[in-house]
Each structure stands twice: as structure tokens, then as C-alpha cells.
Ligand binder design. Structure first.
Ligand code: ADP
Ligand code: MG
Length: 381
């Protein structure tokens, strides 16, 4: 019996019907373009969130998490309402709400994805629940539909205006690959990113800082990109070439231009990065990753001193490429480093942070792994 099943029995007094797991993710390139119909290139990490679920014959949903002291929260099925209930329970329950599941359920969660480190523990949790109920109720929903449901749960039930990237890669990833996702139509292509045999490591540097700007700053930049689309009279920043965009500079105010410039160039960087990965040119790929950081810092203006220091230190000590990831104003950065330089880069970043009197960073070295899966309960564990 998998360990979570034993805990489930302890808590609810019955066996789970289904156990499913889904991973967190790292986005290699394509930052702040998932709401612009852009391309993104994330990979799934090996850390997963696991959920065990069983139907119950009551009118309530009971949910507990090993990361929340296993305390059971009980929600009446007739009272499922966006933004209601204890905040963390909105992530799993939002998925049930989005999929219109009409049954009493017992749910236990065990998440191994670090929370709030920019690795998307939220999508891992949502996608584990979506995968489990898809199996339990034989819904046979295709993965893009499950991704949309998980996103709808987070957007409306949790109240977080996230894009579709995290859920898509958590459900569709393939080991040793990154997922090229077109956020316009959710079409995908698996792109080789098998770093270990190339003696490379993808370092995630979690600065553990979150500057206060984060909510307003994010919305304001998104609004700038939408303003550029409307001022230029186009359908999307996806639909203008860089040449045309630059030629029409005088039609936009300076801030709108700079922020939209990030969007237009970032989409092209993703496509260029994909071509380089297809020919295993990691050095060329690294240069594009670093160019993305410059654009996030100078055009989109969402970096932070901690992120800039992590990136410059990594590059100074041999990283092939480095950039901030996620919303910005704090959070994490990534650096692609040769395996033999990884320890030196970690040490140098730690000491540069200490010299700058920044909080000590955390490091992760995730490997590109496969997406959501069901645990077979018929084979012995
Ligand atoms: P990230 O997705 O980058 O890790 P978020 O703030 O989007 O950060 O999501 C983290 C939130 O998701 C947590 O604060 C918690 O509410 C919820 N969550 C994620 N994993 C778990 C878990 N294993 N148990 C309970 N809640 C979880
Ligand atoms: Mg999240």
C-alpha cells in the first residue's frame, strides 16, 4: 500500500478509490506572455503532489493535507461557492467545482513541491485532483480540458488570475523534454531537454523574497500590453512582427512600448530557443535565456535586486544562461550550469547574497520529468 493510502485509512477509516500525482514545473522561457496568446516552454519537475480520493455517501466533501496538519475541512456540496472556505482548500475544491463533480468525496493531499518557490505547487495540487476525479468518475476528459478546468478553478474559485501554462505542463509533460505550448490554441510539441546526459544542471535559485509590488505591478503590466494591442488596432501582440512593431513605435507611449516590446521579443525568443534545443545547442540556448532576463529587467521592469544578483553571479561563475522566472519582484531565478560548476555557482550566489545582506537563497536542481499519473493500486508496493 503506498504511504498516502495508509494515512488515508487512518484519517477516513476506508481505503482510497484512486491515487493520482502531478508535478510542479519550471518555465525555461516565455515569461509574461501566456496571457498574450504567446508561446511558453516549461518542463515538469520530479517533485509531485499526490492525492488519494474516495467517494463517500454523504452530502459533503472532506479534505485534508499532510502539509496542513491533516486537519479535516468539511464542505457541504450545496455550499460550493467561489472564494468560500479556508483559502488552501479552494485549490482542490475549485477543481471539483469546475468539473461539476456531484458526489460526496474524501480527499487527502501530500505535496512534495515546495510551496511558493515559483515551482507551481498550486497547479500540481489542482492537476492531481483533476487526474484523480477524471479516473474515479470515468470522465475520459482529454488533458487540455482538464487543464482548462484546473485553471478555471484557480481563476474563479481561488481568485488567482493565472494563465494556462502550469496546468498544461503538469498534465502533459514527458520525461527528458520541455513542452512547447501555444497558449492561443493549447497545441503542444515535446522538445528534447535531457540535460543530465549533457552534464548540465538547471539550478533554481529561490530568493525567498516577495516585494510588495507584486499584485498591482503584475496587473499594471498586463494592462500595458492590452493597451498596446488596442492602440495598434491588432488582435494580439502575437500577430505583429518585430519589424512592424518597431516601425509603429510613435503610436505608443514610452511605457506601453517598452512593456509590449518585451512581449513581442519574448515570443520570438521562445521559438529561437526551441530551434537551438532541437540541435542540442545549449550554449546558444543559454544566451537566449539571459537575453530574456535583460528584457524582463529593462523593458518589462519586473526584476528585483536579489534576482539580478543571482543572475549576474551565476553568469560570472560560468552559467550558460540565467534569468528571473515567474511574476517577478522576488521569487526565483534559474541558471543553466555545467554539472561540474553547479556547486561553485551555488556557493558564490550564497556568499554574494550574504555580502549584500539579502536573505539566504534556497536551491533546487530539478530534472525534466513526466506529467500527471495514476498510481496502480492493484500491484503491491
Ligand atoms: P506556487 O504555486 O508558486 O507554489 P501559489 O501561491 O500559487 O505558489 O500556491 C501555493 C498555495 O497552494 C499554498 O499557499 C496553498 O494554499 C496551496 N497548496 C499547494 N500545495 C499544497 C498542499 N500540499 N497542501 C495544502 N495546500 C497546498
Ligand atoms: Mg501557483
Amino acid at each position: 500500500m503506498p504511504p498516502i493510502a495508509a494515512k488515508f485509512v487512518e484519517l477516513y477509516g476506508a481505503q482510497p478509490d484512486v491515487i493520482a500525482s502531478a508535478p510542479g514545473r519550471v518555465n525555461l522561457i516565455g515569461e509574461h506572455v501566456d496571457f498574450l496568446d504567446g508561446f511558453v516552454l516549461p518542463f515538469a519537475i520530479s517533485d509531485v503532489t499526490t492525492v488519494a480520493i474516495a467517494k463517500n455517501s454523504s452530502n459533503s466533501i472532506r479534505v485534508a493535507s499532510l502539509q496542513k496538519a491533516s486537519e479535516i475541512s468539511v464542505v457541504e456540496r450545496s455550499k460550493l461557492e467561489p472564494l468560500s472556505g479556508e483559502p488552501w482548500t479552494r485549490y482542490p475544491i475549485g477543481v471539483l467545482w469546475a468539473l461539476e463533480i456531484d458526489s460526496g468525496l474524501d480527499i487527502l493531499i501530500d505535496g512534495q513541491v515546495p510551496l511558493g518557490a515559483g515551482l507551481s505547487s498550486s497547479a500540481a495540487l489542482e492537476c492531481a485532483v483533476a487526474t484523480a476525479v477524471n479516473e474515479l468518475f470515468k470522465l475520459n476528459l482529454p488533458l487540455p480540458t482538464l487543464a482548462r478546468a484546473a485553471q478555471k478553478g484557480e481563476n474563479i474559485y481561488v481568485g488567482m488570475p493565472c494563465g494556462i501554462m502550469d496546468q498544461s505542463v503538469s498534465l502533459m509533460a514527458k520525461q527528458g523534454h520541455a513542452l512547447l505550448l501555444d497558449t492561443r490554441d493549447l497545441s503542444t510539441e515535446q522538445i528534447p531537454f535531457d540535460i543530465a546526459p549533457h552534464h548540465l544542471e538547471l539550478l533554481v535559485i529561490d530568493t525567498q523574497v516577495h516585494h510588495a509590488l507584486v499584485d498591482g505591478g503584475y496587473a499594471e503590466r498586463r494592462a500595458s500590453c492590452e493597451k498596446a494591442v488596442s492602440d495598434l488596432g491588432i488582435t494580439s501582440l502575437r500577430d505583429i512582427s518585430l519589424t512592424d512593431f518597431v516601425l509603429r513605435k510613435s503610436e505608443l507611449d514610452a511605457t506601453t512600448y517598452a512593456r509590449a516590446f518585451h512581449g513581442v521579443t519574448e515570443m520570438q525568443r521562445v521559438l529561437d530557443a526551441v530551434e537551438l534545443l532541437k540541435s542540442a545547442d545549449f550554449r546558444g540556448f543559454g544566451k537566449i535565456v539571459s537575453a530574456a532576463h535583460i528584457s524582463l529587467r529593462d523593458n518589462y521592469t519586473v526584476s528585483a535586486p536579489e534576482l539580478d544578483l543571482a543572475v549576474t553571479t551565476a553568469l560570472e561563475f560560468g552559467a550558460l544562461g540565467a534569468r528571473m522566472i515567474g511574476g517577478g519582484f522576488g521569487g526565483s531565478a534559474i541558471a543553466l550550469v555545467s554539472a561540474q560548476d553547479a556547486e561553485l555557482v551555488r556557493l558564490q550566489i550564497t556568499s554574494s547574497f550574504s555580502a549584500a545582506k539579502f536573505r539566504a537563497p534556497r536551491f533546487f536542481s530539478p530534472l525534466p520529468s513526466s506529467g500527471a499519473r495514476i498510481t496502480d493500486l492493484t500491484t503491491p508496493h
